[in-house]
Design a protein around this ligand. Sequence first.
Ligand SMILES: O=P(O)(O)OC[C@H]1O[C@H](OP(=O)(O)OP(=O)(O)O)[C@H](O)[C@@H]1O
Ligand SMILES: O=c1cc[nH]c(=O)[nH]1
Length: 184
Amino acid sequence: MSDETEKLKSGSVVMDADEMRRAWTRVAHEILERNKGVEGLAVIGILRRGAPLAQRLADAIERIEGKPVPVGQLDISLYRDDFRTYQPRVGTTQIPFDIEGKTLVLVDEVVYTGRTVRAALGALVDLGRPSVTQLAVLIDRGHRELPIRPDYVGKNIPTSRQEFVKVFMTEMDGEDKVVIAKDA
Ligand SMILES: O=P(O)(O)OC[C@H]1O[C@H](OP(=O)(O)OP(=O)(O)O)[C@H](O)[C@@H]1O
Ligand SMILES: O=c1cc[nH]c(=O)[nH]1
């Protein structure tokens, strides 16, 4: 069993599958309300767990509006400010549409320091110029180190820096839940 799995065993569940589904459906409605529908809208998930969340968001938007929304996934590994010491690539950028002029919703499961989102914005600059970029996260756990604030939040979870938040997703982890645990 990995160290992370061991630590998570002592953690507590702060969102179950139903809560995740409801929160994400609400976020889909908020996106449609703010942007007045799907015209020009596209969704891009930050790898890894942002990708299945972005797909779920696009599916929810299509269920509500009856129109498809382009979905992509973004690997930000090479744009991280700690890329010299951080782990290698976590996946492949796949964006099968032109982001130029789009209303782009970036998706991630957790925002913490904001450094991942900063890297994602840097990666997007190399791909084109959306007319607007917005940020949707399932969990905002606070402790930002950069001036970044999500436009849509599934749940705000106040944390200490000694904790960590792990989002489990059926697509990757076999179940949906959010766990908070001590990171020590
Ligand atoms: O705001 P930050 O301090 O950058 O932290 C948030 C990031 O941490 C997690 O990524 P992780 O590296 O754990 O990757 P994963 O999505 O592949 O699990 C999460 O997906 C965010 O991308
Ligand atoms: O608690 C944290 C911090 C960064 N990334 C996560 O997924 N969880």
